[in-house]
Design a protein around this ligand. Structure first.
Ligand SMILES: [Zn+2]
Length: 454
């Protein structure tokens, strides 16, 4: 397809920015909060909204669900002859609002201020969802016929393991996820250093494990604490060990082979890694933080539970850890590390639960080329440098990669928006309007490039 056709379709996006913003806002206003504990999510409300919105453009969709209130939306683009080649992936659930009082705007009000749209889920992941819907709509409205098909799949429950979403679809309806390629959240952040613009293409993800530590003691009345054994004592010893944990460093992830593009000329090794990360942090803090995450296993205490009464010595304390592993690390590596850290603490036991295995797709494919071309056009830059990157979080991409779908995390944000100020999962989550627009153009461009209009 020629550039002029692209630009004509891109122009239609530019002329309809208000509609795009309204779509994004409408999605944020549906509070599809996923607490992780049933009943929760209510993603069917989002799925029904998407279905209705798309139907105005003759796009019909299906809602598949494990339980009625947690629907997954699938919309197959109708104007194509061949097999499905591409999935546009996103998710409809959002994480809870921890402390609403700290928010400067209603978390579900979708206020438009300072060039951004504010609200829970605005960045994760309703921005990408709105962009994919809008791109599909532009194609349908222009009756663009394709030689290869594509579909939009918006899953439930991404924020709590996907057991009602992509994980369930992969087990029960693998056909709807069948495609050569997929594009999802979890990458595509611009990094600007000086005048240079880099994009990180998400080719893989760190693994995530959850550890439940149980610390036992002996209860007694708190007025005679020496008659019991306070479980908080060993809990705090365990926490100190974990906070002081020194991870083994590693620079085998692909991104470390591309540091020269950032002007870092020293070849990374275990010995010089921390100073290289410092050098990167000085150039760009986001890059430094990413390299830090991709060079080690992280072990982070996130929750603590225990005690039954303010005047009783607690008999049992539970500590939860969040652990992120590098692509080659397994639960055995974690087990070794934990037993080393906790071996001299008595009355302690732990269980390791796999939430997501580390996973990856190859770099340099037809989809990489399609993304490079459309991103250059969508942000009007022909000097972008591309770097394959493993994401420190995880997404539904692990389910499609397992089905041999080459899946990239790429959102196509705008270089004028700083992804670190989006406060994903935090207070005042927001999404830049420029990113909403560039992402829509990128999604449209990728379909045009990959699915071959006829
Ligand atoms: Zn997400």
């Amino acid at each position: 397809m020629s550039i002029s056709n692209y630009l004509n379709l891109f122009e239609q996006i530019d002329k309809n920015i208000d509609n795009l913003i309204e779509l994004h806002r409408a999605l944020i206003k549906i509070p599809s909060v996923n607490s992780g504990y049933m009943p929760t999510g209510n993603e069917t409300k989002v799925a029904e909204f998407i279905s209705k919105w798309l139907s105005d453009f003759d796009l019909s969709s299906d809602i598949l669900c494990r339980v009625p209130e947690r629907g997954n939306l699938i919309c197959e683009y109708p104007l194509s002859e061949g097999e499905r080649k591409l999935l546009l992936m996103s998710h409809s659930d959002v994480v809870p609002v921890e402390n609403e009082k700290k928010w400067h705007r209603d978390p579900f009000g979708a206020a438009v201020e300072d060039g951004k749209i504010w609200g829970r889920g605005s960045s994760d992941c309703k921005g990408l969802l709105a962009s994919q819907m809008f791109a599909m709509m532009i194609l349908a409205k222009n009756k663009i016929r394709l030689n290869h098909g594509f579909s939009l799949v918006c899953g439930a429950d991404e924020e709590h393991g996907g057991r009602y979403g992509f994980g369930w679809l992969a087990d029960n309806h693998p056909n709807v996820l069948k495609a050569k390629y997929a594009i999802n959240e979890g990458g595509g952040s611009p990094v600007t250093i000086g005048k240079n613009l880099y994009y990180l293409l998400g080719t893989g993800e760190k693994g995530r494990l959850e550890v439940k530590i149980n610390v036992k003691g002996e209860s007694s009345h708190a007025s005679v604490p020496w008659l019991g054994e306070n479980a908080l004592q060993n809990s705090s010893n365990a926490l100190m060990k974990i906070f002081n944990y020194q991870p083994d460093l590693d620079c085998s992830t692909d991104i470390f082979n591309y540091l020269n593009l950032f002007g870092i000329e020293t070849k990374p090794s275990i010995e010089n890694l921390e100073s290289i990360i410092q050098e990167a942090t000085d150039k760009n803090p986001n890059l430094g933080s990413l390299l830090r995450a991709l060079s080690r296993m992280t072990i982070t205490p996130t929750m603590i539970n225990g005690g039954i009464k303010s005047n009783s010595v607690p008999e049992e304390i539970q500590i939860i850890l969040d652990v992120r592993t590098l692509p080659h690390q397994s639960d055995k590596d974690l087990d070794e590390k934990l037993s080393e850290l906790l071996n001299d603490i008595p009355n302690i036991s732990y269980e390791i639960d796999y939430m997501a295995k580390p996973n990856s797709s190859p770099f340099e494919t037809e989809l990489t080329e399609a993304i490079k071309k459309s991103q250059a056009l969508s942000v009007s830059r022909d000097d972008i440098q591309w770097i394959p990157s493993v994401s420190n979080g995880f997404t539904d991409s692990r389910f499609t990669r397992e089905l041999d779908v080459i899946t990239y995390g790429f959102r196509g944000g705008h270089p004028d928006d700083n992804p670190n100020s989006e406060n994903v999962h935090g207070t005042d989550e927001n999404y830049g309007i420029k990113s909403l627009i560039s992402s829509t153009k990128t999604m449209l461009g990728v379909v045009l490039e990959l699915c071959d209009p006829n």
